[in-house]
Write a protein that binds this ligand. Structure first.
Ligand SMILES: [Zn+2]
Length: 469
C-alpha cells in the first residue's frame, strides 16, 4: 500500500519539478528533488502533534536511512518516553574535524480540518504551493536535511568531520519532553558537534515578492514572567481608605509602562539595525544612527518605541499582559495582581530585572516575584568561517541580498544548544513572505520552487561546512 502511494507521488511530482526549476538558480538533481518531496509528503502525512508524539516519524526516518545504506550503529533513536522520540543519524567523516550537526524538530502544533482549506495532515500541492501542517515549521527542513544526508552518502562524499542529522521531539509549545534539552543533558556524546545549524530559525525574508535578505539567527531573547501583587486588609466599600490595592497596583503599572530597559547593542543587533535603516522612516533611521553612536540616547529610543520590531531588538521588554483584583463589588479589594511578560536580552540578569522593577515602582507594599524563567542562552559570535560560507551560498541563489544576523524575539531549540556550549546558528535558505507568515496558522504552506531552492541551499551548506570532498 505504502509503495503504491509513493509511486503515485513520484509520478505526479515530475511535471511540477519542471515548473519548479528556476533557470537562474542552482538546483539539485531531479532524483534528490523527488526523494525530498517523498520524505516531505510522508512526514506531513504523520500527525506529530504534542498529543500524538513523534515515534512514527522517527520510525519512518530510521527506515529511510537504513534503506539508504546507513549502518544500524549510525542511526540512534531514543527519547524520554516511548511516544516522544528523537533520531540522530551520522555520516562518517575522516575524523579530521569536529562534527557539524543539522537540526530541526519533528513535532507540529495542532491543526483541525474544519479550520483549514485542505487536510492538514497530508501534503497538498496547489498553484505553486505545498500545503500541510509542518510545511514551513518545519517538516520541510527535516525532509531536506534527510535527503541531503542520503545524497552525500550515495555520492560517496567523505567530509573532514562527521555530519549529523538530529531531529527532535517537542519543540513546540505544549510539549513536555523537549528533545534537544533531553539529548544535551542525557546523551551529549550522541550529538556532540563543533557546529550546530538549525533549520527552524533563519529564513530568507521576502517583501512584496522580492527576497530582501537572508537571516542568520545568532541569539534569542529569553522568556521570563513576573508578578506584581498588592495586598490589603479589605473592608466595606462604604468606608474607603487611601491604600486601595487596585489603585496602588495601577500606579505601579503606569510607572512600569513608562519605564524603558537600557539599550544594549551586541554585534548582531548592530548589524541588524544597520540593515533595517534603509527600510525605516527617515526619523527612525536617524534615531537608529544616534543609538548606534550612543545607546543611552533616550530620545532616540522613544522615537523607535512605536516600531515594535526595531524596539524589540534594542532592549529587554516587559509589557503587562494580565491583571486581576478584588473579590466583591461592595468590598475593598484585598488583593490585586498583574503579570509582566518579559523578553530579556541574552545577557540580562534575572536579579537585575527584579531590582529594576522594585526601583521603578518605588512602593515597598507591592511584592515582585518571578513566576517563570528566564531560560537565557548566550549570543553566538559572528564566526567568519560560517558567515562567509552562508554569504557565498546566498549569493548563488539571490545575488546581491545581504546576510543579516538576527536575535529572535521568540524561543527556538537553539536556547538548549547554546546553554550547552554548542556553537549554534539558525539558517535555512527558505524564502518566506514577511506579510504572510503562516507557521502555526491555517493553511500553512511553503512555495514549491522555494522548497527545492532550500534543498540545494542546504546541500551546499552541508558540504561546505563539513569540508566534504
Ligand atoms: Zn519550529
Amino acid at each position: 500500500m505504502k509503495r503504491r502511494n509513493l509511486f503515485v507521488l513520484v509520478g505526479t511530482i515530475l511535471p511540477v519539478l519542471a515548473l519548479a526549476a528556476a533557470p537562474d538558480r542552482p538546483a539539485s538533481p531531479a532524483e534528490y528533488q523527488v526523494l525530498a518531496h517523498d520524505l516531505f509528503a510522508e512526514l506531513v502525512g504523520l500527525d506529530t502533534t504534542h498529543a500524538v508524539g513523534s515515534a512514527k516519524a522517527v520510525e519512518a526516518l530510521a527506515a529511510r536511512f537504513r534503506a539508504a545504506g546507513f549502518a544500524d550503529g549510525d542511526i540512534w533513536t531514543g527519547g524520554p518516553r516511548p511516544d516522544k522520540m528523537n533520531i540522530v543519524v551520522r555520516l562518517r567523516g575522516r575524523g579530521k574535524a569536529k562534527a557539524v550537526l543539522f537540526n530541526s524538530h519533528l513535532d507540529v502544533v495542532e491543526a483541525t480540518r474544519d479550520t483549514w482549506s485542505f487536510e492538514p495532515f497530508a501534503l497538498t500541492e496547489k498553484n505553486g504551493w505545498y500545503y500541510g501542517r509542518g510545511a514551513i515549521d518545519v517538516k520541510n527542513e527535516v525532509a531536506i536535511i534527510s535527503a541531503n544526508l542520503i545524497r552525500m552518502k550515495r555520492e560517496g562524499q567523505v567530509p573532514d568531520g562527521d555530519v549529523i542529522a538530529f531531529f527532535n521531539t517537542d519543540e513546540e509549545a505544549g510539549g513536555d519532553a523537549n528533545g534537544v534539552e533531553w539529548m544535551v543533558a542525557e546523551h551529549r556524546d550522541v550529538i556532540d558537534a563543533g557546529l550546530v545549524i538549525n533549520g527552524d530559525a533563519g529564513k530568507v525574508l521576502s517583501l512584496a515578492g522580492k527576497p530582501l535578505w537572508n537571516t542568520l539567527q545568532t541569539s534569542e531573547k529569553a522568556y521570563a514572567t513576573y508578578e506584581l501583587t498588592a495586598n490589603g486588609a479589605g473592608g466595606h466599600s462604604s468606608l474607603p481608605r487611601r491604600d486601595n490595592t487596585i489603585a496602588r497596583l495601577a500606579r505601579a503599572l503606569v510607572k512600569i509602562d513608562a519605564y524603558q530597559f537600557p539599550v544594549r547593542l551586541g554585534e548582531t543587533s548592530r548589524d541588524y539595525l544597520r540593515a533595517m535603516q534603509p527600510r525605516a522612516t527617515s526619523a527612525e533611521a536617524a534615531a537608529i544612527a544616534r543609538l548606534l553612536g550612543a545607546p543611552s540616547d533616550t530620545a532616540a529610543l522613544d522615537t523607535l518605541r512605536d516600531n515594535a520590531v526595531i524596539n524589540a531588538q534594542l532592549h529587554s521588554t516587559c509589557p503587562v499582559t494580565l491583571v486581576s483584583g478584588g473579590q466583591s463589588e461592595s468590598a475593598l479589594p484585598m488583593r490585586a495582581v498583574a503579570t509582566l511578560q518579559c523578553r530579556l536580552l541574552p545577557d540580562e540578569k534575572a536579579d537585575a530585572v527584579v531590582a529594576a522593577f522594585v526601583r521603578v515602582i518605588d512602593d515597598p507594599s507591592i511584592a515582585v516575584k518571578a513566576t517563570w524563567g528566564p531560560l537565557s542562552s548566550p549570543a553566538e559570535h559572528l564566526d567568519p568561517a560560517v558567515t562567509r560560507v552562508v554569504e557565498t551560498i546566498t549569493g548563488a541563489f539571490w545575488p546581491g541580498i545581504p546576510v543579516v544576523p538576527v536575535m529572535s524575539q521568540g524561543a527556538s531549540d537553539n536556547v538548549y544548544f547554546r546553554r550547552g556550549g554548542f556553537h549554534t546558528y539558525g539558517v535555512s535558505g527558505t524564502v518566506v513572505d514577511e506579510e504572510d507568515l503562516r507557521a502555526h496558522g491555517r493553511d500553512e504552506r511553503v512555495g514549491v520552487a522555494r522548497f527545492y531552492d532550500s534543498l540545494e541551499f542546504n546541500y551546499r551548506l552541508m558540504r561546505a561546512l563539513s569540508g566534504a570532498r
